[in-house]
Design a protein around this ligand. Sequence first.
Ligand SMILES: *[C@@H]1O[C@H](CO)[C@@H](O)[C@H](O)[C@H]1NC(C)=O
Ligand SMILES: *[C@@H]1O[C@H](CO)[C@@H](O)[C@H](O)[C@H]1NC(C)=O
Ligand SMILES: *[C@@H]1O[C@H](CO)[C@@H](O)[C@H](O)[C@H]1NC(C)=O
Length: 480
Amino acid sequence: MAEATPLLPLMHSLIFVLLLFTTDTTVNCSQEKKQLDLLKFLHREQETHNQRCWPQKPRSEKGVTILEMKHHGFCSGKNKNWDDESQKRLIADNLRVKSLQLRMKNAASGLLKDLSEAQIPLASGKQLHILNYVVAVELGGKKMTVIVDTGSELTWVQCEPCKSCYTQEDPLFNPATSPSYRPILCNSSTCGALEFATGNSGVCGTDGSACNYIVSYGDGSHTSGELGSDSLNFGGTLVKNFIFGCGQSNQGLFGGAAGLIGLGRSQLSLVAQTSWQFGGVFSYCLPSTEDYGASGSLILGDNSSVYRNTTPISFTRMVPNPQLPTLYSLNLTGISIGGVALQASAFSSGSGLLIDSGTVITRLAPSAYTALRDEFLKQFSRYPSAPAFSILDTCFDLSKYKQVNTPTLKFHFEGGVEVNVDIEGVFYFLRRDQACLAIASLSSEDEIGIIGNYQQKNLRVVYDSKESRLGFGQETCSYV
Ligand SMILES: *[C@@H]1O[C@H](CO)[C@@H](O)[C@H](O)[C@H]1NC(C)=O
Ligand SMILES: *[C@@H]1O[C@H](CO)[C@@H](O)[C@H](O)[C@H]1NC(C)=O
Ligand SMILES: *[C@@H]1O[C@H](CO)[C@@H](O)[C@H](O)[C@H]1NC(C)=O
């Protein structure tokens, strides 16, 4: 009995805390939140990634081909300075977005001349890693790891004889040792298709017959060489005479990858070249960037029974974009934060925005971004702020927490399509004491918005050029 007395004040305070808690939940009743576990981000800072993490061989089933997709940022890494790497990534990401805007403006003003200035950069020449995704394919009988890019057209790999090549993990491709390799002639229509696809027309080689290509990325990275064809094989699907760039002069450390595959909309992209087999449909699930070794998948072909989606795939219209006809555009009609619908002029102006696998951070028109940031700050006000980082202006110090209650982020697209952004796509983690809202503002309302790959994680994203639509469903990515 005597021991009961000292408990009383404690009970009072408990009731007080309970009351506070209750008040808090009442306030949050209309706001949707998710628990974000912070321990895995702390873990990442201490990890060293010396392992290789190249993707496995693709497989075919039910009329589609499934490729394992890996996040490239953690592959082949030494013990890197995370802060420094993150800064470089965001700078490169900004260059990509800037050159994209330039490309659109040039097209709008009929200035099609200097497209070499306006190509989408993939990685800065000084960059060591890219926050991007790779798959394994077999070209001319040789296995190689290539970057997947929906913002590119021409597939290319580094080739012998090499005038200038960056360091890659796989052996260089040698066309001389591949009996099925053929150079593309410079008087062919395929060579003529380069101009639309890459912005630079094909040039006849010194022998007068070979077609030489050049693709320049806005940050100084580039690839040039001979346009050729060879057998492309993935998971038992054989694409004979697949057209690609045999790059003899390549600059920019493309993260040690052998090259890249272009999944854009021109006739030279992998999608167009395999449409006889896959019908112009592909989809991906981009794995977590926080779980080292996480796998996703790139699926070529249209059979939804192989997806692992946990919510139905809902489709929105692919919006035509005359200025950027080789890229994928859709119509963003709204955004909600914690269930609160944002109001912004950008949502009613009716201009489309791009979806891109190679841009990292989603960019929004200033009116939309400001509304998003303000609502997020309102709902996340209990957490201390931290300095801005590069293009990310809204950062928090979460070092004192194990878990945080994070407002949900939802995109709304034409046709009533709702896309829940995975909780890992809400913050860009630099350190425990600097976690930034992973969305950035464009510099003006008339620039084009972009849904970046950071906000596409753990979603099945279906690109259906046949039906001119894009689909989304939640999926916890895995290859197996
Ligand atoms: C898709 O997969 C199902 C089995 O789940 C199969 O019955 C169907 O034939 C496949 N569709 C195509 C187009 O291959
Ligand atoms: C292209 O040039 C080659 C010789 O280099 C010639 O044999 C061929 O007929 C030409 N094709 C066309 C379509 O002009
Ligand atoms: C986007 O959707 C809205 C609502 O359906 C519509 O009013 C607007 O015209 C659409 N924008 C484009 C570019 O199609």
